[in-house]
Write a protein that binds this ligand. Structure first.
Ligand SMILES: [Mg+2]
Length: 219
């Protein structure tokens, strides 16, 4: 199996929840929503609304804000790239994988401004061999096409295997499997554990990187 490691971005390489909390505190302050406002934003986020525009429609309704949902969503996309961080140990982990002969890529669903902004602000864009953003390519995980684009950007052949590492069971794990990749699921769910078909389950991306070094791409 070729030494290809594709990583999801949000909640895999970067802690999106920590960035969201910072954003929620800023937003609540701007709109004078108070601590209860922050808590409400966090609980709305936790409920996993499928799209941020719907999230902002609910926020607007709840707090009777005059700005449109679309404009708040646009402001969010401008701000979030400045609030996310990639831990130094994760940056080092990716560099060590590449030094060990792995090609490393990032595959993420989302809008070009938000996702590309995060990749560039964190330094991840420069730290990997290639990346594929759904909003740029016009195709989303779990569609195998986005995995193929990411593999090609890394100079590898789609269909010759590799690994996909991510926190979403559908987009990352089912998608990765359908693209012929072995998978590591970063399990952030509360127990009981969900049904899954991942090859490995870990709680943090550093454990996934350690697994790849053990595997060596050989099995
Ligand atoms: Mg994710």
């Amino acid at each position: 199996m070729q030494r290809l490691a594709l990583f999801d971005l949000d909640k895999t390489l970067i802690d999106l929840d920590a960035a969201f909390l910072l954003w929620a505190e800023e937003f609540a302050e701007q709109h004078r929503l108070g601590r209860k406002g922050v808590d409400h934003l966090i609980s709305l986020n936790r409920n996993g609304l499928p799209h941020r525009e719907l999230f902002f429609a609910k926020v607007r309704e709840r707090f009777k804000l005059s700005a449109t949902a679309a404009s708040m969503w646009a402001a969010y996309r401008r701000r979030m790239p400045r609030l996310v961080e990639c831990r130094p140990e994760v940056m080092t982990g990716l560099a060590e994988l590449r030094a060990a002969g792995w090609r490393v890529g990032i595959i993420t669903n989302g809008t070009p401004d938000n996702q590309l902004g995060k990749l560039q602000r964190t330094g991840l864009a420069e730290a990997v061999d290639g990346y594929a953003v759904s909003g740029i390519e016009g195709i989303r995980k779990p569609d195998a096409g986005l995995f193929e684009i990411a593999a090609q950007r890394c100079g590898m052949n789609p269909g010759e295997g590799g690994w996909m590492i991510g926190d979403n069971l559908v987009a990352d794990i089912e998608g990765g499997r359908a693209a012929g990749l072995r998978t590591v699921w970063i399990d952030r769910t509360v127990r009981p554990r969900e049904e899954h078909q991942a090859d490995h389950v870990v709680s943090d991306v550093m454990q996934a990187i350690a697994l790849l070094h053990q595997d060596g791409g050989g099995s």
